[in-house]
Write a protein that binds this ligand. Structure first.
Ligand SMILES: Cc1cc2nc3c(=O)[nH]c(=O)nc-3n(C[C@H](O)[C@H](O)[C@H](O)COP(=O)(O)O)c2cc1C
Length: 404
């Protein structure tokens, strides 16, 4: 029984809180009607609620957290309300084609699975469950340096080239070793994450850790990150290099034939620098609100980045995408693909591989409905004419509740 259930039971039983007992009882009954079949889940938000019940609190805290007061995390969601969709009518939308090709990577959907570390913390299926779901649904996948599963096994489970997400270490020889290992495993690109040069304050994680009564030290022993196996750790190894600057792109290109993609761009000037230094692609990202606090939502960053890149390299974007309409807006504004992080991990935590598949089905369905409704039967037909910037965010949603 989770802490939340215990608390609700306490509320229901407390003579001091008589007014709340009926309410608490109702919530407890709702929680009792737990969905047991992923096909019953109707959207990503519902999947999140199930994951919250099933994943141990400390691990859910790691998944859910932003930084400080989670303001950037919320900005990622709120940003979408600033943009409205402008549908066109009487177009033949009897056949919808969501396939994309980004840097030679073909996928049946523009929804990419972002690198999320330590997926063994959410379900025993871990990265293999994610990879098998991605393979079943034809989605492209990016694997974290911090994965709980060896990259070779994940490539085999995905059964197609994936992209390797890289945290450059404080020792260049280790960075080179990881690049060579990823290339040998069959990765077609490396995504260098540049938005965490060191330190962050994850308070939501710390709050949820307090709810967890398990003895964590029995699990958290030794090295659980296979990508770091065999690296030179003499004198300590850090997964960030605060001295890194733009010349890292050229240095990486000297030692790998993989495409080099820069993940964590938030402003147009940096997008231009990435192109100038030879990047093959960029990911517009604020690390899911886990890097710099009080930033813009990534969708709000997109217009100036699209202008700066000027179609020279593909742009992937992630951060807060939970609806087909969110994905549609980013495609209309110039993204080639959209990444999701937490949503598929909610699915993984709730139901393992089947939950990831359900999340992908739900988002694809919503995207296809939007494409049909707007008269845009292919991804390339979705352009800037189909979205408008209202210039302000709408912060209230259904029944006046906050939308995030
Ligand atoms: C629990 C968690 C772990 C993450 N681990 C990594 C990582 O190892 N490398 C990385 O580049 N990004 C990592 N990210 C960021 C994601 O790749 C992605 O940018 C972000 O999750 C997108 O936002 P969303 O979760 O709202 O979809 C992580 C995100 C979460 C939530």
């Amino acid at each position: 029984m989770t802490q939340r259930r215990k608390f609700l039971k306490f509320l229901a039983a407390s003579p001091l809180l008589a007014n709340y007992s009926a309410f608490a009882q109702e919530v407890e009954e709702t929680l009792g009607q737990r969905l047991t079949d992923p096909s019953e889940v109707i959207n990503v938000f519902e999947m999140e609620a199930i994951a919250r019940e099933k994943i141990p609190p400390a691990h859910f805290g790691y998944l859910a957290t932003g930084v400080d007061s989670d303001t950037t995390l919320r900005a990622n969601r709120a940003g979408f309300s600033r943009f409205q969709i402008k549908p066109r009518r009487l177009v033949d939308v009897s056949q919808i084609d969501t396939s994309v090709n980004v840097l030679g990577t073909e996928a049946s959907s523009p929804i990419f699975l972002c690198p999320v570390g330590s997926q063994g913390a959410y379900h025993v299926d871990a990265e293999l469950g994610t990879a098998r779901a991605a393979a079943a649904k034809g989605h492209h996948m990016i694997l974290s340096t911090q994965a709980s599963t060896p990259i070779e096994a994940v490539v085999e489970a995905r059964d197609a080239p994936i992209w390797h997400q890289l945290y450059a270490t404080n020792r260049w020889e280790n960075t080179v070793a990881m690049l060579q290992r990823a290339e040998a495993a069959g990765c077609s690109a490396v995504c260098l994450t540049i938005d965490l040069p060191g330190g962050r304050n994850t308070e939501t994680q710390q709050l949820l850790m307090r709810e967890d009564t398990r003895n964590c030290s029995s699990c958290h022993t030794g090295q659980a990150k296979p990508m770091l196996d065999g690296l030179n750790t003499r004198g300590g190894m850090s997964l960030s290099d605060p001295s890194m600057t733009w010349d890292v792109i050229g240095r990486m290109k000297e030692v790998t034939n993989m495409n080099v993609i820069i993940k964590g761009i938030e402003v147009g000037a940096d997008a231009a620098l990435a192109v100038q230094h030879g990047a093959d692609g960029i990911v517009v990202s604020n690390h899911g609100g886990r890097a710099v606090e009080t930033g813009l939502g990534t969708i709000e960053c997109l217009p100036e980045i699209v202008t700066a890149v000027d179609s020279r390299i593909p742009i992937v974007i992630d951060g807060g995408f939970r609806r087909g309409t969110d994905i549609y807006k980013a495609l209309a504004m110039g993204a080639s693909a959209v990444g999701i992080g937490r949503p598929y991990c909610f699915g993984l935590g709730a139901f393992g591989q089947a939950g990831v598949e359900r999340v992908l089905d739900l988002l694809n369905r919503e995207l296809q409905i939007t494409m049909r409704g707007c008269g845009t039967p292919t991804i390339t037909s979705i352009g800037p004419d189909y979205v408008q910037d209202a210039g302000h965010r709408v912060l209230r949603g259904r029944l006046g509740r906050e939308i995030f």
